[in-house]
Design a protein around this ligand. Sequence first.
Ligand SMILES: Cc1cc2nc3c(=O)[nH]c(=O)nc-3n(C[C@H](O)[C@H](O)[C@H](O)COP(=O)(O)O)c2cc1C
Length: 329
Amino acid sequence: MTDLSTTYLGLSLRSPLVVSSSSLTDSVEKLKSYEENGAGAVVLKSIFEEQIIKESEDFDATLGRGAQSSPEADSYFANIPMEIGPQEYVRLVESAKKSIHIPVFASINCVSAKSWTGYAKQLENAGADALELNLYYLPTDPLKTSADIEKNYIDIVQQVRSQVKIPIAVKLGPFLTAIPHTVAQIAKAGAQGVVLFNRFYQPNLDLDELKIVARLQLSRPEEVLLPMRWIAILNGRIDIDFAATTGIHDGISALKVILAGASVAQVASAIYKHKAPHLKVMLRDMETWLREKEYASVADIRGILSQKTCEDPEGFERAQYIKVLVGHG
Ligand SMILES: Cc1cc2nc3c(=O)[nH]c(=O)nc-3n(C[C@H](O)[C@H](O)[C@H](O)COP(=O)(O)O)c2cc1C
């Protein structure tokens, strides 16, 4: 019998497949279907920092206190339909915990270490097994340095760490100058995991209407190469768990990120396409591969193709790069 269990953020998971934060995880009915199909854990859809602050401002306004955000910024958010408000989100965590047995991670999409961080405590009290901080920040100010931006990330983690005892995972985008340094600082600030990588959403232009079109595209399987590569580089060098996200569409790509060093493989697009039973297909394919290669467990393969044993990873990477360019006829 092949053992598919894993540990992530100090928790035991029966399988390494985790359903990613998205509208796939916004109701208890959907969560039950992932549990039935073998998911190891679920990450709830993100609640946005702006929603949390807005709610506390509304609350403050009724008490006659001032608002935090600018009217212009408010207008950007006014027309976005946010179905789940902060208190409904707490109730979603509570009912998820009552209805399923696999770990439930709450997710907060945030850009600053503002007053919202106190809300993390409510999610912990509601029973969330861990918090995923989805740090989605796009710098547009030419005066901001990479050090400023990384400091902001670390401040957020420290602030949230000071509020909660449950494990924290930080979901990052790939466009950072010094990924290893940032991840090391995140670990030092008290996070137990990093989720690599958030996708960079890129709006298009509609030339007929002369307007910006924001449409979210599902990932393509080849996109897995980016998180796989960085997890392979970081595994064993920083004391933190890795979750891979983006491009994991089948059991083979889930195995690849685990071989690179990931503790779990997060899946969204493939479930949007093929629905919850696809998890079962992925797990079956993983089990078949492990059996054929005579591995008894997922734990046996985790990180065996990472750069852990490489003494000079920068030299190795440079050599690989040159080899690929020179080898291309
Ligand atoms: C429709 C949709 C909604 C998403 N919403 C969130 C979200 O609320 N929070 C978050 O951290 N990621 C969100 N994501 C990103 C996914 O969690 C995941 O990281 C990304 O889709 C890459 O994984 P995939 O290749 O398996 O789709 C969303 C993705 C999709 C497709």
